[in-house]
Ligand binder design. Structure first.
Ligand SMILES: C[S@@+](CC[C@H](N)C(=O)[O-])C[C@H]1O[C@@H](n2cnc3c(N)ncnc32)[C@H](O)[C@@H]1O
Length: 239
């Protein structure tokens, strides 16, 4: 199955790497992904970590630094990998071209953890998400964690129109270019991860609680409670 996407275009790859709106993800986004990957009370199984859809490599470098682990960073787009190799080379990060949704170059049960940021939402069908999740499940050791940072577009404030059904293509402005995502809901990701052999799959809707002063949000006419956003972190443990 091919995995062509907007990111195959070198212009889109360059625009994404420079997109300043992504800066916010380093505040409310990636830190929650990293937290979901922290070793458990057993000390965790440390070893090589897999980045599925590493893009321009910025996150892979931070994971290698933060967890002092080798990172196997995989992407379907040669254009994104070119930016990654040029701008985010790191001695503990190796960049690889994905063949469709397969990771044939990796042995079964060879990875200690895996993560994926803003990649599931790019898959055009349930079967494509399942194929990717199955392959991540194959290469992870039993007990290893898989964490996913994604967007729950049903809570999104940036869509002009909410899609009528899951799987519908949506267009997102990235700088002065556009990328295409698909409308999937966290419940669908959960089902797919469970079918791929992950247990205890949890969904965390990220909130500004603990980050922003709640008083600064109090002008809003809203029910009391944490101020949510559309970002979610899903995580599960390989059975
Ligand atoms: C929105 S970018 C996110 C990049 C990076 N994870 C980040 O957080 O900055 C999505 C990336 O996923 C890659 N991608 C999409 N489908 C993929 C697949 N099936 N296998 C590997 N990479 C994929 C795209 O080429 C693109 O680089």
């Amino acid at each position: 199955m091919g995995a062509t996407s907007s990111f195959d275009d070198p212009g889109v790859a360059a625009a994404y790497a420079k997109w300043r709106a992504r800066d916010l993800s380093w505040l409310l986004g990636y830190p929650f992904l990293f937290r979901a990957l922290e070793p458990g009370s057993d000390g965790g199984a440390r070893g090589p970590m897999l980045d599925v859809g590493c893009g321009h490599g910025e996150v892979a470098v931070e994971v290698a630094r933060r967890f002092a682990s080798p990172v196997v960073a995989v992407d379907a787009s040669p254009a994104m990998l070119e930016v990654a190799r040029r701008e985010h080379a790191h001695p503990s990060v190796t960049y690889h071209q994905a063949e469709g949704r397969r990771l044939d170059f990796l042995d079964t049960a060879s990875m200690a953890a895996a993560y994926s940021a803003f990649v599931l939402l790019m898959q055009p069908s349930r079967a494509a998400i399942q194929a990717l999740a199955d392959e991540v499940g194959r290469v992870l050791r039993p007990g290893a964690r898989f964490a996913v940072l994604d967007i729950d577009h049903s809570r999104s404030t940036i869509l002009a129109r909410r899609p009528a059904a899951e799987g519908e293509q949506i267009t997102v402005q990235v700088g002065d270019t556009e990328i295409h995502d698909y409308y999937w809901l966290p419940g669908t990701y959960t089902e797919i991860l469970e079918r791929a052999g992950f247990a205890d799959v949890a969904v965390e809707w990220l909130t500004w609680e603990g980050i922003a002063d709640p008083v600064l949000f109090s002008w809003r006419d809203r029910a009391p409670g944490p101020v949510t956003c559309s970002l979610v972190v899903l995580s599960g443990t390989r059975r």
